[in-house]
Design a protein around this ligand. Structure first.
Ligand code: FES
Ligand SMILES: [Fe+2]
Length: 340
């Protein structure tokens, strides 16, 4: 079950050069390509003639040529040429999907094309802003249903266990969370006061000793997460809103694209307010986040397999946020189906 009327990330912009790119998104085969003029397009990846994937073809001008018998499809999916044949049958067309390029990512809309508004693509405050820097990792294939990912991205409690040697520290265990629901999103957050810095942050924050740390885990429907870490020296008033310019901030943007019922693809980057001109720190952050996220992927693949086989016997108090998110998305999917 997927929400179709939403912008999903299809690829990093630089993954798409002069060759068409095959992707499976929401269980559908899609081909992405750039015309020779540089504009983007996405079509159903199946030639209506003998069903060769159009991704095996090539870009010709502002269209895509099938690699079997040479039919040519424009960016709207309409066949505009059949070699050796003057008449183009009405069935010679494929579905086209709205696409947009933003934040160095290619976004695709899998629902009703008339409702696709690129202005609805997530805003990223501070992206390319003075004093801020961005680092990004590679797209990761995850062998789980996408909602196991979004559960994880709403769950600060797992950090103490899955990331015990990196993002977590023992004194975060059991610290209560606040759950907020509304406006197409769920936020699970907590301030952890006067605690030992996790190794991941201790080498970066620029101060020693105890810290106050905000974990802000936010999922926006259907499957985008904004995770903010705010870290300040303990007792300096950060939890009460006293955040001066030197406070340590990392915002993680996480975009989960469902591939099919058993797989998803994970795109992510961070923006930070320190070491803005330090390329080595960007590379180190990416490397450390890859290591941390790989810890999640191993767990999530096993959770997916275990849940498929046995199902769950219980929920915990810490599941409140993810359960609220699942209910919200289910309502949206139901409403979308009813409207169509
Ligand atoms: S299979 Fe594409 S033109 Fe024949
Ligand atoms: Fe994690």
């Amino acid at each position: 079950m997927y929400l179709r009327g939403a912008w999903y990330v299809a690829a990093w912009a630089d993954e798409l050069a002069d060759q068409p790119l095959a992707r499976t998104i929401l269980g559908e085969a899609v081909v992405l390509f750039r015309t020779e003029q540089g504009s983007l397009a996405a079509l159903e990846n199946s030639c209506p003639h003998r069903r060769l994937p159009l991704s095996r073809g090539c870009v010709v001008g502002s269209a895509l040529r099938c690699g079997y018998h040479g039919m040519v499809f424009d960016t709207a999916g309409q066949c505009v040429e059949i070699p050796g044949q003057a008449v183009i049958p009405a069935t010679a067309r494929v579905r086209a999907f709205p696409v947009a390029e933003r934040w160095n990512l290619i976004w695709i809309w899998m629902g009703d094309p008339d409702r696709a508004d690129p202005a609805a693509i997530i805003d990223i405050p501070h992206y390319d802003a003075a004093g801020w820097a961005t680092n990004r990792g590679p797209a990761m294939d995850v062998a789980c249903h996408y909602q196991w990912m979004t559960d994880n991205l709403l769950d600060p409690s797992h950090v103490s266990y899955v990331h015990a040697s990196s993002l977590g520290s023992a004194d975060t265990i059991g610290v209560p969370v606040k759950t907020e629901v509304g406006d197409g999103r769920v936020i699970v957050s907590r301030w952890i006061r006067d605690h030992d810095l996790a190794p991941f942050f201790a080498k970066r924050v620029g101060f020693a000793g105890k810290a106050d740390r905000l974990q802000h885990y936010e999922v926006r429907m259907p499957a985008h997460a904004v995770i903010k870490d705010v870290i300040a020296p303990a007792g300096t008033g950060a939890p009460e809103g006293q955040l001066d310019a030197s406070v340590f901030l990392i915002d993680s943007y996480n975009f989960v694209t469902p591939v099919d019922a058993d797989n998803c693809r994970y795109f992510w980057f961070q923006v930070r307010n320190y070491a803005a001109d330090d390329a080595a720190e960007s590379a180190a952050l990416t490397e450390d986040f890859i290591a941390a996220f790989n810890e999640d992927l191993v767990v999530l693949a096993d959770v997916h397999a275990g849940m498929k086989t046995h199902g769950s016997k219980l929920d915990l108090a810490t599941d409140l946020g993810s359960n609220q998110a699942r209910r919200m998305l289910a309502r949206m999917i139901k409403a979308e189906a009813a409207a169509n």
